[in-house]
Design a protein around this ligand. Structure first.
Ligand code: ADP
Length: 626
């Protein structure tokens, strides 16, 4: 933009002096015209008066003066030619009047022209000022450059950068870009700029520029050429826009995307978004990896189903349909069968979220977790827990050998006795068939009892997977007491049972539940073996505390009790206070109870001794399949 020039100042004389001078001339002309007999058109000199007054620019004064001069001319004419009016005198008077009026008209017209020019110039100046203010107000650094690329104009925003518009363009011209653009960006910026100048294509570049505070900020620099009628570039107009905030947001976005990508890969969690009701999907990179699909594959439920394990296809479809039907939460676990035969376990959780745009329906956004490793670890843990449980069970059976032997030998001895009796009844002169039958019936009953005990012992000794069954907890507690009965008797323990009725039913592995009970009973018996007072073991079943329908089993003793220090570690593996102890009993009890959805804990009753309790979810319904 050119330097804005001020309008030339209007020449304004001191109007008072001019008026006085005009009045003096008018008086002189009048006196000469009226009082001297000169035969010349002296009144023509009134023209000077009119011109002088008109030069003050005062319109009305000019008109008044013109009329005044006309009047004076007429008066002068009448005073000097009162008797005879010669033709030439009249002609002189007319010429003077014509000269005055013509001069007045021309002067007035000239005045009007000057006033209009002044107005136009003022308007132009106002417009320039407004344009300059507008350009200064633009929230960007506006500039213009010559066709060769030399900066010619900069707006006020540039002042912040220490660059201002001097008389001959921006100060420090030439190296301005070099002083404000970051050294790392200047080369590419100038290359782009030179290319734009050479080709006349719009210029665009993103560079860091140093602000007044010395801190570099990201700027977008853009410029367009202005061409003349022939198409030649006359000027470049450019604007630099601060995009630091955008750059920072972009950077933050890129960083969080990278974080997300890393987090997804490390946690083996992919994302799946499904827009509803169309069902179109979007998968993250990790989701592709989990499904083992290349990126070219279009995400779809069919693509997922194609990867689902044949036994789990219904689960996958069911979850998808539930989402389409408007379910707010989806939570499924299923397997994938990949083309190479690999089986993966995945856990998919999703919830419904409103889509970004309006009128686009909803979306379910979900996380697909590859839980294969976790599953394997869980399975391995379950296996080793089961093995450990088995080993401790066998050890326990060893400890209970005497008691078990008694449980078996007792019915055996009874069988022998009944056999002997039976034979005697038959050996009589008149065999007493009735008594013999009774003896045989007795034998069968005892043999059954013995074989039941043996079956139970064998079941405990056998290594097998957990087999959940619907169990009457009172019955299991009774059976278990029988198994350890002799051991309890040996240790002079008095057993008190409090079984709630109707008998609570749980869903549990029979052998494992027995193992827990034997552990608790034997621990209680051992804890009491060293005390002198009464040795009372209370085993009770009742309604649970945690939730309605839960079942609570309590084993309480009057033994040594549990110290505060032991209480914290009671259920830890290898924690024992016994010389021969393994410290695995309670730890296994806990894993068994927790595997069945329950919890186990110890309490210190006020009356002394220890109270071990566990709670299991109660089982409702009588079908044995679930
Ligand atoms: P172990 O019987 O081999 O020591 P457990 O895990 O069954 O292993 O028990 C761990 C420890 O908990 C015992 O050594 C004992 O100190 C303590 N304990 C368990 N039950 C009782 C109880 N009823 N009274 C007192 N202490 C107990």
């Amino acid at each position: 933009m050119e330097a804005l020039q001020a309008a030339p100042p209007t020449v304004r004389h001191d109007s008072r002096i001019v008026s006085m001078l005009a009045a003096a001339i008018a008086l002189a002309v009048f006196l000469i015209d009226a009082l001297t007999p000169l035969d010349i058109a002296i009144a023509v000199l009134y023209v000077v008066v009119v011109l002088l007054v008109s030069s003050t620019g005062k319109r009305r004064a000019t008109i008044g003066t013109a009329w005044g001069c006309v009047l004076l001319t007429l008066i002068g004419f009448m005073l000097s030619h009162d008797q005879t009016v010669s033709g030439s005198a009249l002609a002189r008077c007319v010429v003077s009047l014509l000269a005055i009026s013509t001069t007045a008209v021309l002067a007035l017209r000239n005045q009007t022209a000057i006033t209009q020019r002044q107005r136009m110039e003022a308007e132009l100046e106002r417009q320039r000022e407004e344009l300059r203010n507008t350009i200064d107000a633009i929230p960007g650094m506006v500039w213009s450059a010559s066709p060769e690329g030399r900066l010619i104009f900069v707006n006020r925003r540039w002042n912040d950068l220490g660059v201002s518009l001097g008389d001959s363009g921006p100060q420090g011209n030439g190296d301005i870009w070099r002083t404000i653009v970051h050294p790392a960006d200047i080369a590419s910026m100038q290359r782009d700029w030179q290319a734009a100048i050479a080709t006349g294509a719009p210029f665009e570049n993103v560079s860091r520029m140093r602000g007044g505070d010395g801190v570099y900020r990201w700027m977008h620099i853009g410029a367009e050429p202005l061409r003349d009628a022939s198409g030649a570039i006359r000027r470049w107009y450019g604007v630099n826009t601060d995009i630091e905030a955008r750059k920072q947001a972009e950077h933050a976005l890129r960083r969080s995307e990278a974080f997300l990508l890393d987090a997804q890969r490390l946690s083996r969690t992919g994302s799946i978004a499904t827009s509803l009701p169309a069902g179109t999907m979007w998968w993250s990179d990790e989701a592709y990896r989990i499904f083992d699909y290349p990126r070219e594959v279009t995400p779809s439920i069919d693509a997922i189903v194609a990867r689902a394990h044949p036994d789990d296809v219904a689960t996958v479809r069911g979850a998808h349909e539930a989402a389409l039907d408007g379910a707010r939460e989806i939570d499924v676990e299923h397997r994938l069968l990949l083309p190479d035969g690999t089986v993966k376990h995945v856990h998919f959780v999703a919830h419904r979220a409103a889509a970004d745009g309006e009128g686009e329906g909803d979306e379910t956004v979900g996380a697909l977790m590859d839980v294969t490793e976790t599953k394997r670890a869980q399975e391995a843990l379950a296996r080793s827990t089961a093995e450990l449980a088995h080993v401790t069970r066998v050890t326990m059976l060893g400890e209970l050998a005497a008691s078990i032997a008694h449980e078996v030998t007792q019915p055996m001895a009874a069988i022998v006795t009944s056999g002997d009796a039976g034979l005697r009844w038959l050996g009589r002169a008149t065999p007493d068939i009735g008594e013999a039958r009774q003896a045989i019936t007795q034998m069968i009953r005892d043999a059954r009892r013995a074989s039941e005990v043996i079956a139970r012992i064998r079941a405990m000794a056998r290594k097998r997977d957990s087999q959940p069954a619907t169990l009457d907890i009172n019955e299991i507690a009774g059976e278990t007491l029988e198994l350890v009965q002799r051991e309890l008797a040996r240790l002079r323990v008095e057993v008190r049972t409090e079984f709630t009725m109707p008998a609570p039913v749980v869903r549990c592995d029979r052998v494992q539940l027995q193992q827990v009970l034997i552990n608790l009973l034997m621990n209680a018996a051992h804890a009491m073996s060293g005390v002198d007072g009464p040795r009372i073991l209370r085993i009770a079943t009742s309604a649970g505390l945690d939730a309605p329908g839960h079942v609570l089993v309590t084993v309480q003793d009057t033994g040594t009790g549990i110290s505060e220090e032991s209480a914290r570690r009671l259920f830890d593996a290898f924690f024992t206070t016994k010389a021969e102890g393994m410290g695995m009993g309670l730890s296994i009890c806990r894993s068994i109870i927790e595997a069945h959805g329950g919890r186990i804990w110890a309490e210190a009753p006020e009356e002394g001794g220890a109270r071990l309790r566990f709670e299991l979810p109660g089982h409702e319904g009588d079908d044995d399949e679930h």
